[in-house]
Design a protein around this ligand. Structure first.
Ligand code: ZN
Length: 241
């Protein structure tokens, strides 16, 4: 019962490679892969893939570094598209804030707020990307009283991790935990009920089947056996989505 709540199988250009990844995932016991939309083109691709493959669940969204590049009309049009497909999706993602590149940060915040309020209307979770803007993302989410949220690959300071935990949001543990001390520390902090797993494939070199390795590491940190841990994470997924 392995769950990947944040992947981008839609970004894999070759169908053949994608099918191989799906096959290895299935063999490894992966039950769910949530593909996260970053723009209109990929949102459509995800809907198509989720129709074709039972492992794939759709989250539609607008990546922070993309949403400020389109006109307001285009952005609103995409919100309507997402709303129209509400029965086919289980979350709004990938959305958030990103200060790494030279983007219009004010516009990013406006878009983030609109996407949050759409998720609240549809009563589904948001999957949040925040880079070099963790505090602002948390502030907006607190102000909007967000209840259902997944902080994807959160790499903010410990005090911000704690704030996410206090808000009862879920946090994902990426494949980096196998070697990365930062995520090992984070896994120690996050209560079991708020842990989810992800790969960010193919943005990162991990693929859904590799989550079994992350589970080993998390289980070791939490002092559980792997079966017990993967059941808990599966329940966390079911409760939230
Ligand atoms: Zn992503």
């Amino acid at each position: 019962m392995i769950i990947d709540v944040h992947a981008h199988l839609e970004l894999e250009e070759s169908d053949e490679n994608r099918n191989e990844v799906l096959k290895r995932a299935e063999e490894a016991g992966v039950k769910i892969i949530i593909c996260n939309g970053i723009d209109p083109k990929n949102n459509r691709k995800i809907l198509e893939l989720s129709k074709k493959h039972s492992l794939i669940k759709a989250a539609l969204g607008f990546y922070p570094c993309e949403c400020d590049k389109v006109s307001k009309e285009e952005f609103e049009k995409e919100l309507k598209f997402i709303k129209k497909n509400k029965k086919k999706i289980i979350a709004i993602g990938e959305i958030g804030l990103d200060k790494k590149w030279d983007n219009d940060f004010d516009r990013q915040q406006e878009c983030f707020r609109e996407l949050i309020s759409l998720a609240q209307k549809l009563d589904i979770p948001i999957i949040v990307h925040s880079r070099m803007a963790e505090e602002k993302a948390i502030e907006i989410m607190e102000e909007m009283n967000v209840k259902k949220a997944v902080m994807h690959c959160f790499s903010g300071k410990k005090k911000f991790v704690q704030r996410c935990i206090d808000n009862k949001w879920s946090l994902t543990i990426p494949g980096d935990i196998i070697r990365g001390q930062q995520f090992q520390e984070m896994a120690k902090m996050i209560p079991l009920k708020q842990i989810l797993t992800e790969t960010d494939f193919p943005v990162k070199k991990f693929e859904p089947a590799d989550i079994s390795e992350s589970l080993k590491k998390i289980a070791e940190i939490k002092g559980l056996d792997i079966q017990e841990l993967s059941n808990i994470i599966f329940q966390n997924y079911q409760r939230l989505f």
